[in-house]
Design a protein around this ligand. Sequence first.
Ligand SMILES: [Zn+2]
Length: 409
Amino acid sequence: MAERQLIQQVLMNGRICTLVIEEGRITEIGTADLLPEPGDSVWNANGLLLLPAFRDAHVHLDKAFPTDRWISRKPVSSIFEQFKLEKELLAGCKDRRKELAIQTLEAMLASGTVEARVHVDIDPDLGLSHLELMLQLKEQYASRMAIELVAFPQQGLLRSHSTPYIREALRMGADLVGGVDPAGVDRNVERSLATMFELAAEFDKRIDLHLHDPGHLGVYTIEKMLDYTAEASMQGKVTVSHAYGLGEVDPSVVAELGSRMAAAELDLTTSVPFDTAMPPVPLLAKQGVKISLATDHTGLDAWTPYGNPDILRRGRLLAEKYIWNDDLRMSSVFEWMSRGSLELQAGDAADFILVEALNVPHALATMAQRQLVCKAGVPVAGSLLQENGRRAAWMNIPKGERMADDYND
Ligand SMILES: [Zn+2]
């Protein structure tokens, strides 16, 4: 029989529980007095709060600048100048790509992210070099983080003549077709989207589009995406990232588009930017659109010096932006940073984070320290984790010093 792992004194679903894990899944959420059986392995969480592990729905691992030297940026006046600048600046740290990607992955894990959708730059100049690296890292990190790879033509799918490279990326194992601004960058909404949907159909892949185009141009692009989604029967397989334009048009337009997006299961990913317009998340969520939060920028890069790998920071920003000061709405943010609901149930994968917090809104408000991050019941990161002996990880983690009674209401 497989070994059972009992985590005692876990604060979850509003009470102190005993969590039972078998073969990577939660098999029971017992009361605080649930006794171990012979052969069970036991660890005492001493009242740490359990949160569902985080999912970062949009991130780049091939854009980070080194942290040990400053790379200066200069102002740019168009997205094309920005593309060019990024290429120049990244070329200077080309040899450190792998090291920097690993640094980012470790920082994401430490903050509780065990699932990530990673956009990978592909163009005729880079070829598939970044994808090769990311496929390698995806495999290397598989037991700690589930990574999906988006074949992303950062310089424009049509504009940079990247279609054959994206096709090859899909053949090599990329999970999604990426794209950027079919109007603003590719200058041909129909052909750009048609190419993306054809590639997706050819390889039976999903789609995730970067859409920075403003106002009604953004709305029009999403309408077209909806048409293509219906035509290709790709409901539930298409995501629009950013969609800044939805923050610049009348709410009635967003409401109508939102209900169409919900019907087509066209998801929206946002990094909660405050340096630009952003989609009205509460309105779209009300219309039934699936929302996912993302870091997009994880540190210093060519787009911003203000990135951060901690997705909880994005969730907090969202709650602050909409002045969600009540417990219910503060807690709701966590559903958009994880795969499931806030309340884990028996049968769920044992992907969770243990944090030092009194309850869920408190964890958001205080950006609670991630003590232990677990994937499939195995600790994979967090300040308590000792790097040695991950196999017997629970045995190697010191127990907390605080008493569970401190956390009772
Ligand atoms: Zn991006």
